[in-house]
Design a protein around this ligand. Structure first.
Ligand code: ADP
Ligand code: MG
Length: 254
């Protein structure tokens, strides 16, 4: 299978003259279409930097990022903007919904901006919000929803133009454990329903145990990889062992 994401010898340095910070060093990884993958590592290990570079928000100092067969370093600014719009969805820890718009309008926004037909928008929003269990919240405003519902709305918005890849940076970081497990189950359903590749950054072993594979980052380098055998309870234990081995944080299972 041709990977949907290939990272080759990626190094990222921050800073100019004087103090240089090496955020990533010689990172190599491949992710297949439809995989649900986690990137784990302690704070400062380079997770966000890696996600930003793979998703073309930031540029590498060295190395190549090949997404969907295209070397993103070769794309011009205008091509990159289209590429981001059509291929990539992004979810952050903070929900980033617009306060003065209803949940339905928030989710529809990427399509409204692209002048998509109203009936098509309505159908898509309905389909996604049903999958995420917030189809009865469309006329409400963000302040009327729980944190978990807001995050599920943010994920719906990221998915509304059917990206090939969904990136999520600590999406459960502001959620309680029940809301977190609901969101992670939704990510799994998205993969099953649409074949979307999901790349999740987390420092939470429990969140990572919902995935097919986990990459461990330490000091900007890939320090380990694990794959599930389908039993998420057993996978959680394997992940915890790896985290302990690496000298990181421990977590409770959700
Ligand atoms: P994580 O998401 O795993 O907590 P980050 O990718 O945010 O880690 O950061 C990795 C390293 O790069 C840290 O040492 C951080 O201080 C540094 N770093 C991140 N962003 C910048 C930046 N814009 N300028 C300088 N250093 C940065
Ligand atoms: Mg981070």
């Amino acid at each position: 299978m041709t990977p949907v994401i290939a990272v080759k010898n990626l190094t990222k340095l921050y800073g100019g003259r004087g103090v240089l910070c090496r955020a990533l060093y010689q990172v190599n990884l491949e992710i297949d279409p439809g995989e649900f993958v986690a990137v784990m590592g302690p704070s400062g290990s380079g997770k966000t930097t890696l996600l930003h570079i793979i998703s073309t928000i930031d540029k590498p100092s060295q190395g190549q990022i090949i997404i969907d067969g295209r070397e993103t370093g070769g794309l011009k600014e205008q091509e990159l903007a289209l590429f981001r719009r059509d291929v990539i969805g992004f979810v952050f820890q903070e929900f980033n919904l617009l306060d003065n718009m209803t949940i339905g309008d928030n989710i529809a926004l990427p399509l409204t901006l692209n002048n998509v037909n109203a009936a098509v928008i309505l159908r898509k929003v309905e389909e996604l919000t049903t999958l995420f269990g917030i189809d009865d919240q469309l006329d409400k405003y963000p302040y009327q929803l729980s944190g978990g519902q807001k995050q599920r709305a943010a994920v719906c918005r990221a998915l509304v133009n059917e990206p090939k890849i969904l990136f999520a940076d600590e999406p459960t970081g502001a959620l309680d454990s029940k809301a977190a497990s609901e969101l992670l189950t939704c990510f799994r359903n998205v993969r099953t329903q649409y074949g979307t590749t999901v790349v999740l950054v987390t420092h939470d072993a429990s969140a990572a145990s919902y995935c097919d594979r986990v990459f461990f980052l330490k000091d900007g380098m890939i320090s380990g990889k694990l794959e599930t055998n389908g039993n998420s309870e057993a996978f959680f234990k394997k992940i915890l062992n790896m985290v302990a081995l690496m000298g990181g944080e421990r977590n409770e299972r959700l």
